[in-house]
Design a binder for this molecule. Structure first.
Ligand code: MTE
Ligand code: HPA
Ligand code: MOS
Length: 758
């Protein structure tokens, strides 16, 4: 099997030749630039709005207001709760109106001349305020198994506690961007940096009040998305399209970093409250869990995110009795959205936090309590899904303990810590089990359109989008193998709604599973049509015909695939096909909160070692060893990149990246100067990544497994290693390490102080 060494656009990425949406600007000399008029309040009524002055500004061409909307001025994907031109402002910096200018500068100056008056209303900024005011978008969502309250009351030990978990800015390198224009046929064409072109098309059509077949959305590639463009690309595409509709000219919307950070949603901050019962060995008996997510001003994807948090509040552990309830808080902040892991990481941080508290209460080692509670073959989750391949949890765990020399290093660290009063090291191992599939079952479908030309070259269209994760690279490999041509013969085309309709977002790590299977379906059909043609040409039995690397063989013959294609064409056999895939056997009933929402689980584990400076609270990540179950990798180098990148992004979320909103609901951390991102110094000094061996996943394309999101959760080991190191500042009887997330130097410093006093 010939494998492409790297991402199909790798050279273009590093030379700068890869085109992103905004790079198309120069193609439209007649293009207008859009700039928003922002609200200076988080919660207010618009009492007066006048654009007359703005229209006097040289270079300003037009403005966009509610009265300009020919269709429905609402971009909410599910609940229709996102007015494009709000009368009630519900978060700080919310756009009130947009100005169109010949230059970006003209549009900005024009926006500054729009006169708006507000009646300021009180804002709910924190989760705590929302809970007090009972300000919820949704809830309680609930998953229950057994009688958790009775199990906790009957348990030999109980603990209660709370944990706050911060959100995360996506910080994709390419900010939100769309360019709209009338195409050659009078339809609206939108180039959009979107993970979900079909939904962007739907929202543009809704706002313009036209049928979806009048709108084409194309996404060539994104400069990162991480969930931030699953729904939040839509309003900017809608504004660009509305501008085009009104002025008949191409219109560009691109948010500069500061606006992107102020306007768009983030990973949901969570607040958790729990009561847990366990026995003297640390075995879980019952757990009562309340999760509150900060949804921000609109519902967005907050419900499925919260479901995924509830689904993952077991992580890799059997919780015999569980009552987990969740609420989406309605706050006057950005509307929090999908972010790599989609609520799963928050749910998993909570259970890992609880297991550490149990271990230290019992004076047991956290890793021992963890492994005692693992799922085994035959167990089912709290929502009733059998934990298929549960044995892999222990297999990965044991293998990683060996390869990372876990026990040996624990002893070394104990010696180091005994010798260093002001500097301590911590070592932790954590597992991860992550459910693969969209939890909304209907999203688990994909389509493809494969076109084979008579010279043996191929164009592949599919519903997935490329955001750097290497989906197109894997699709190219799948199509090449599926048709029996070389990888070079296959071109993956930009994602367009006029090639494959009604597609799902590229999300839930299922891009390759879904679109890859649809592409293979199309390739299989085409190949089946070619077999009798080739058999006749080769004079062999059809069963003996083989396709590989652009050659067709059978009997003693071996011919070029182009000659077979040409012969098939002359026989009037179609050389293109559409493919389709739907994930089998998945279902979930939200009313009873039971079912089989996931096709399978992706497993992994990580060992992290950190060193903390007791004077400053600063930490260094000395070493990380990761072992991830990715089935049979289709493109190993891409998967390696996903694992490394996911882990570092997770470590950033849990240790560095802190979103701060001030009391007025303004995001104080709206740039790279105030929002600390991981860079070279935060990379682990020793970084070992391995794939689980003998891990073929039956029922998934080429035996592979999803890899996009799962590795992010391996970073929980960094947080747990920090808690280990903090504990080492105290005595052995120190008790649980309470540490809100992210583990910034301040929080670590105060936690060290607390540990020392005990
Ligand atoms: N990798 C890169 N380089 N850029 C991204 O934006 N997004 C992540 C992950 N890896 C992302 C990424 C997220 S949130 C998801 S759901 C998956 O990629 C989506 O792609 P896949 O389904 O093809 O894995
Ligand atoms: N994961 C990611 N994105 C989603 C999901 C999900 O489960 N459901 C809807 N969008
Ligand atoms: Mo990923 S959060 O499912 O886009």
């Amino acid at each position: 099997m010939v494998k492409p060494a790297h991402h199909e656009s790798a050279e273009a990425h590093v030379t700068g030749e890869a085109l992103y949406t905004d790079d198309l600007v120069s193609r439209f000399p007649h293009l207008l630039h859009a700039w928003p008029v922002l609200s200076p309040h988080a919660h207010a009524l618009v009492t007066y709005l006048n654009v007359a002055d703005a229209l006097e500004e040289p270079g300003v061409v037009d403005t966009l207001l509610a009265a300009d909307v020919p269709g429905e001025g609402n971009t909410g994907a599910n609940r229709h709760d996102e007015l494009l031109f709000p009368v009630e402002i519900t978060y700080h910096s919310q756009p009130v109106a947009w100005v169109l200018g010949e230059t970006l500068e003209a549009a900005r100056l024009g926006a500054a001349r729009v006169v708006v008056q507000f009646e300021v209303l009180p804002a709910i900024v924190t989760i705590q305020d929302a809970i007090s005011a009972k300000s919820f978008h949704s809830g309680p969502l609930r998953i229950r198994r057994g009688d958790a309250a009775a199990a906790i009351d009957d348990a030999p030990h109980t603990l209660a506690g709370e944990l706050s978990i911060g959100g995360q800015e996506h910080f994709y390198l390419e900010t939100q961007c769309a360019i709209a224009r009338y195409d050659e046929t009078g339809g609206i064409h939108v180039e959009s940096s979107t993970q979900h072109p079909a939904e962007t098309q739907e929202i543009v059509a809704r706002v313009l009040g036209i049928a979806r077949n009048q709108v084409t959305v194309q996404c060539t590639r994104m400069g990162g998305a991480f969930g931030g463009k699953e729904v939040q690309a839509n309003p900017y595409a809608a504004i660009a399209a509305l501008g085009t509709w009104k002025t008949k000219r191409p219109v560009r919307v691109r948010l500069p970093r500061r606006l992107d950070m102020a306007l768009t949603g983030k990973r949901h901050p969570f607040f958790a409250r729990f009561r847990v019962g366990f026995d003297a060995d640390g075995l879980l008996r019952g757990l009562d869990l309340e999760l509150y997510s900060d949804g921000g001003w609109s519902i967005d994807l907050s419900e499925p995110v919260l479901w995924r948090a509830l689904f993952h509040s077991d992580n890799a552990y059997l919780v015999p009795a569980l009552d987990a309830r969740g609420w989406v808080c309605h706050t006057h902040k950005t509307s929090q959205t999908a972010f790599r892991g989609f609520g799963g990481p928050q749910g998993m941080v909570v259970i890992e936090d609880i297991l550490e508290r149990i271990a230290r209460t019992l004076r047991l080692d956290p890793h021992v309590v963890r492994e005692r509670n693992f799922y085994s073959e035959g167990d089912v989750t709290h929502y009733g899904q059998p934990v298929k391949d549960a044995g892999r949890i222990e297999r990965i765990w044991n293998r990683l303990k060996e390869t990372s020399e876990f026990n040996l290093r624990r002893a070394e660290i104990a010696r180091f810590n005994a010798a260093h009063p002001h500097c301590k090291r911590g070592l932790a191992i954590t597992p991860a089990k992550f459910g693969i599939s969209f939890t909304a079952t209907f999203f688990n479908q994909a389509g493809a359109l494969v076109l084979v030309y008579r010279d043996g070259s191929v164009q592949v269209n599919h519903g997935g989008t490329e955001m750097g994760q290497g989906l197109h690279t894997k699709i190219r490999e799948i199509a090449a193998q599926g048709l029996g041509v070389t990888v070079d013969a296959v071109r993956v085309m930009p994602t367009r709604t006029d090639k494959v309709p009604n597609t799902s977002a590229t999300a839930a790590s299922a891009g390759t599973d879904l679109n890859g299977a649809a592409v293979l379906d199309a390739c299989t059909q085409i190949r089946a049509r070619l077999v009798p043609v080739a058999a006749e040409m080769l004079g062999c039995d059809p069963a003996a015909v083989r396709f590989a690397a652009g050659r067709v063989s059978g009997g003693s013959g071996d011919i070029d695939i182009a000659s077979v294609l040409d012969a098939a064409y002359r026989k009037r056999i179609p050389l293109f096909a559409h493919g389709f895939y739907r994930t089998p056997e998945i279902h979930f009933d939200a009313k009873t909160a039971t079912g089989k929402p996931f096709h399978y689980f992706a497993y992994g584990a990580a060992v992290s070692e950190v060193e903390i400076d007791g004077f400053t609270g600063a930490h260094r990540l000395l070493r990380a060893d990761l072992l991830q179950d990715i089935g049979d990798s289709i493109v190993p180098l891409v998967d390696l990149g996903q694992i490394e990148g996911g882990f570092v992004q997770g470590a950033g979320w849990l240790t560095l990246e802190e979103l701060v909103w001030d009391a007025q609901g303004r995001l104080a951390t709206n740039g790279a100067s105030t929002y600390k991102l991981p860079s070279w110094p935060e990379m682990p000094e020793v970084f070992n990544v391995a794939f689980l061996e003998r891990a073929t996943e039956p029922g998934v394309i080429f035996g592979s497994k999803a890899v996009g999101e799962p590795p992010l959760m391996l970073a929980i080991s960094v947080r747990e290693a920090i808690r280990e190191a903090i504990a080492a500042f105290g005595c052995e009887c120190g008790g649980p390490v309470e540490l809100d997330s992210p583990a910034t130097p301040e929080r670590i410093f105060w936690a060290v102080g607390k540990a020392r006093r005990r």
